[in-house]
Design a protein around this ligand. Structure first.
Ligand code: PYC
Length: 321
């Protein structure tokens, strides 16, 4: 909620395969206690203005993912986190968890080794490796629906899978007509957005009517098992291969018999960065993926939110002071 007092937030920025994460270390109002899912609801209901001030222009930009540090509910976790973007909160975020562990190590709060992180969709284990990479052992992931046919205005018939990897994805495998390159990002964005709108119009959802808010287009890669373009909920594309999207892809390939437990899978992003994934366990149609990538700290700052600034709460927002 906007305030008339100046707010100062200590943040640490990093990128993981090109995708930024802004960890909010201090300065955010208390979200209370209880399960992270409840605190996410409180964040959604009461903190949209702060969210926009942190990740939108002029302080941020649409691709930026925020990570608010909160005390964990799970006593075995080293921290709790609520991930957020330019339009809301995320259940889980793979690249963001890598950025989070790298940031906690930068702050001297953790050493290499295994750490539990409490998120709104459950605790995940993340391992900071001695070489600086992070392996995220993500929530159980699964293919929810296979071969879903959609009529997409401007694109015609598109077939894809609906899968959960900590967020909901519609994955169009290997049949995308455009090269998944940075040069094509504008067209890929338009097409993925058209697919997302068609999903909503056709009433295609995840489990329990959950909105599918990520679209993942995959194609061949010269250097990895697949290349992907992932469109995030606020229409920004993921510069990284997307940890939750790679988890959803692994679940689909496993369900289709294309990927065995224990077989390494390298997923390349549209900018050429790579995550390594592997299914560590599979049970009753669910898989437990481990995704490895590397984050680098890029900055440390105090954000100053002066309510006298007419653009304090972000360009294009209507939060009143
Ligand atoms: O890495 O899981 C991810 C992610 C989700 C949205 C942006 N990145």
């Amino acid at each position: 909620m906007p305030t008339t007092a100046t707010t100062r937030l200590h943040v640490i920025d990093s990128h993981t395969g090109g995708e930024p994460t802004r960890v909010v270390v201090t300065g955010w109002p208390d979200l209370g206690d209880g399960p992270l899912a409840t605190r996410r609801e409180r964040f959604d209901a009461e903190h949209a203005a702060l969210r926009d001030a942190v990740v939108r222009e002029p302080r941020g930009h649409d691709a930026m993912v925020g990570a608010l540090l909160v005390p964990p509910d799970d006593p075995t976790a080293c921290t709790g986190v609520v991930f957020f973007n330019n339009v809301g909160t995320l259940g889980m975020c793979g690249h963001g968890t890598m950025g989070l562990l790298t940031t906690l190590a930068y702050l001297g709060r953790i050493a290499p080794g295994r750490h539990r992180v409490d998120t709104p969709v459950g605790a995940v284990e993340a391992e900071l490796l001695a070489d600086g990479r992070t392996t995220v052992r993500n929530v159980a992931s699964y293919r929810h629906a296979a071969g879903v046919e959609l009529d997409v205005p401007g694109l015609g018939r598109v077939v894809g899978d609906v899968a959960w990897g900590g967020n909901w994805f519609f994955l169009v495998h290997d049949q995308h007509r455009r090269d998944l390159t940075v040069a094509n990002v504008a067209r890929l964005t338009d097409e993925a957005w058209a697919i997302r709108c068609a999903l909503a119009s056709a009433g295609v959802t995840g489990a329990d009517g959950a909105e599918i808010d990520h679209v993942e287009l995959t194609g061949p890669s010269a250097d990895a098992d697949a290349r992907s373009f992932v469109l995030c909920p606020g229409k920004a594309y993921d510069r990284s291969p997307c940890g939750t999207g790679t988890s959803a892809a692994l679940a689909c390939h496993h369900a289709a018999g294309r990927l065995a437990v224990g077989r390494a899978w390298r997923q390349e992003s549209v900018v050429g960065s790579v995550f390594e994934g592997v299914i560590e366990r599979s049970e009753h149609g669910r898989v437990w993926p481990a995704i490895t990538g590397r984050a680098f700290v890029t900055g440390e700052a105090t954000l100053v939110l002066d309510p006298a600034d007419p653009l304090c709460w972000g360009i294009g927002t209507d939060h009143a002071p």
